[in-house]
Design a protein around this ligand. Structure first.
Ligand code: ADP
Length: 309
């Protein structure tokens, strides 16, 4: 069981945003059980916006930086598009049609919950984004590049724009936390001298400095997911994808993970999270894209998990 107060990073200085500039630590507010704030800035404003987020009750005792002034709408600058699906249809070889004419645009700094029942097409969207699949019709653009048209040797470079975490963490069991995170840089040929400091920064963001030399089996589920998040962040991705990241975690720990994703988003990273966690989605009031039977049936900012009257 990990606690928020033990691991919450005091100060985050990771230059993790696409700009490479140091970003602000998160400010945190509503617990999951309370009524969420009605207002939220439009998703597009996240990069220019002030830090905000959410804290579970357990974090109440942890010291927090003073709140920054909220962003004013007139301060916002038009965001670049990180990802775009244009008329995407995906049929699998067995004839199953997973996506039907999907259009989706996600600007830089956005935080998007991708929701929908099992079989709606959420995983297929993610597979298209990491180019595990290519569309049958239409195009998928990441940072302006059509993923179906890039050359095979360019695929690893494009994938580096993405950090991804899964429900089952996918950590290497025989490597320590630090080694798991470092591995993500080693496989892409990062110079050795750069790895240690990048890993340290990433571990500070997720609050796991003190567990750096432990093996995954010596960690709680929440700590394992934070290790996976540190690994996904260490190469400064443009887009952070979380595929049902709280699916194996209890509610309090799930809330901790969501806070961390909100903080990462506030540092400038665009976040796309596929989830069934209705409580969390409704509490944080971010953009919600709902899929049903391969179609987007709702795309709403500051939204709840379910359509509201
Ligand atoms: P979700 O993630 O929302 O549960 P998926 O994207 O996994 O939805 O699945 C959407 C549809 O595509 C489902 O009908 C599923 O059975 C089908 N599907 C997914 N992957 C494959 C595959 N590799 N081969 C055939 N059908 C698939």
């Amino acid at each position: 069981m990990d606690t928020v107060s033990a691991d919450t990073p005091e100060q985050i200085q990771l230059p993790i945003g696409p700009s490479g500039a140091p970003e602000m630590p998160a400010q945190v507010t509503p617990p999951p059980s309370t009524e969420p704030e009605a207002s939220d800035k439009p998703a597009q404003s996240a990069r220019a916006g002030a830090p905000r987020g959410a804290t579970p009750p357990a974090a109440a005792s942890a010291p927090r930086p003073a709140p920054a002034a909220p962003a004013r709408s007139e301060d916002r600058i038009p965001a670049r598009i990180v990802l775009a699906l244009q008329g995407v249809t995906k049929s699998y070889p067995n004839g199953r049609v997973a996506l039907r004419g999907v259009d989706l645009t996600v600007p830089d700094g956005d935080f998007v919950f991708l929701v929908g029942p099992s079989g709606a097409g959420k995983s297929t969207v993610i597979k298209l984004l990491i180019r595990e699949e290519i569309p049958t019709k239409g195009s998928v653009l990441l940072d302006g590049r059509d993923l179906a048209r890039i050359k095979r040797r360019e695929v690893p470079k494009i994938r580096r724009k993405i950090g991804i975490v899964f429900q089952d963490f996918k950590l290497l069991p025989n490597l320590t936390v630090r080694q798991n995170v470092a591995f993500a840089l080693e496989v892409i040929g990062t110079p050795h001298r750069e790895i240690a400091s990048a890993v340290d920064r990433s571990l500070r963001v997720v609050g796991l400095v003190n567990q750096a030399d432990q093996l995954p089996s010596q960690l709680s589920g929440g700590e394992q997911q934070r290790t996976a998040i540190a690994r996904a962040l260490v190469h400064n991705p443009r887009l952070f994808i979380a595929d049902e990241p709280t699916g194996n975690l209890d509610p309090l720990i799930s809330w901790e993970i969501i806070q961390l994703l909100l903080r990462i988003n506030e540092m400038g990273v665009t976040v796309l999270m596929a989830t069934h966690n209705a409580e969390v989605v409704t509490a944080v009031r971010k953009r919600v894209v709902a899929l049903e039977d391969g179609r987007i049936v709702r795309d709403q900012t500051a939204a709840a998990y379910e359509r509201e009257a």
